[in-house]
Design a binder for this molecule. Sequence first.
Ligand SMILES: C[S@@+](CC[C@H](N)C(=O)[O-])C[C@H]1O[C@@H](n2cnc3c(N)ncnc32)[C@H](O)[C@@H]1O
Length: 487
Amino acid sequence: MDKAAFISTRKAINSALICCADNDYSGISEIWQDHLAKRTNGYRYETVAKLLSEDNDSTAGVAIKIPDHLRTFYRRFYEEYYREQDFPSQPDIGCPGSLEVNGRRADVAYLQNFSRTLDIIPLIERLGRRVHVLEIGAGYGGMAQQITASGFVESYTIVDLPDNLLLSSYYLRSNFPELRGNTCQDFSFRKALNFLIPQQIDEIAGQKFDVVINCDSFGEMPAAVAQAYVTFVASSLSDDGFAYLKNAHRHTPATVQKVSDFGYERFDLETLKPTLFPSLIFDHHHHVVVLRKKSGNQAFDPTHLDVYGEIIRSGIHGEVVALGQRIATETMSDDDRRFLDVVDRTYRGELHDWRPTDPDLAATLDYLQGIELVNRGQRTELLERYLRASKSAAAEAITLFVLSRQGGRLRFTQSFRNGFRTEFLLRTMKLDPTRTFQGALLWHLRKPMVEAVSRPYRGLRKSALVHLKNIVLNLREGRGPRVSRVA
Ligand SMILES: C[S@@+](CC[C@H](N)C(=O)[O-])C[C@H]1O[C@@H](n2cnc3c(N)ncnc32)[C@H](O)[C@@H]1O
């Protein structure tokens, strides 16, 4: 996209903002006000043309940039993740840096998006035709680029906040000059890319979409906005279309608090699974759903969704992939139901001796009950037993971190059951957990998050040390001392 086209695109977005009234979809969460405030580079053509370069902050919140000292760890992480997987090189639009994973040019945002593209493309292929895609909250358009490059796309429509819509308009229209690019006006659905702000959503209300995508986004919106979008998606899916949503719950008190509150009951649930891609030890670990038009034949219990979502958020992934599928296909055993009930009680503070026959579910219970006993100040063998069976890098890393504070010693030379992924999560903590003083300080800062693993319903209690750290970081970033931070 040349400078003249960029300037007229920016004008079109500004005009739409002036003309179109706010609506149920246009609310901006505190999380997003915070990301936008961090963007100091502005949105001039020369800046946006380098949106992916390492020192550019105009993608804050939509494209992770990593410090140099972590590059080797990120490369190893992705080389292990994509071991046998081939992927196309990242286009050089936006001047991305590269980790050179498997000899290919690719930055972290590209590699993160590719894990979801790998899920989505086979579902599109099954439709056997060129598709109309709607993506809500597409960031700079990284996944849209990968899906459009697959050759299956007839039209790709993005609804996003104005700042990010400018980025995705630039990025995608530059990548696909052969498609008609419509930013905030003249939307069309033949070989076209459409970009609209939430205030314009009525303009696409009659269109049916075969694929709807929302990743890391509904979970970051005010709850009522996310729910309005989910209702919109339910009315916009084509008869054999699907929605692929990847989100976390309880980011802040103003976002969706439990999985069943997203409104998935408006659909049939085809897939429910964890994302196998934790990128931080104490993340808001995400769940993935694939949703189809509601048939009326499915009647899943919202409590099962909620407890399943909490288990994922506690750091458990690999052990519950099969359980998620049994929930979605309504083929749960009595053991599964009892397991979910016992986990729910554990979260409410009641511990039981019962063990499920499924070894993965038994390991999950060892982990959750082990952490709860530690939270009560008791010693337990359960966590050591969990370590021998762990299939989740996040839960393994949390367990090792907890045990290192109970007299154990954490070393990066030891072997980890979930391989480098576990080491990566420990190495990317802000301080080094293997060092005595840093480990102790980390423990005081992260103790509320360890507590939340087994007590998710009680809310995160921030310690005085966490408040102090937040004030120091706010002041260092030139913001008022009282700006609230998520952790
Ligand atoms: C964390 S980013 C995720 C971007 C991209 N989907 C990804 O996975 O990299 C969240 C996205 O949600 C968008 N978003 C936040 N509030 C929104 C709203 N009210 N309407 C539409 N999009 C919104 C943001 O602008 C951003 O593009």
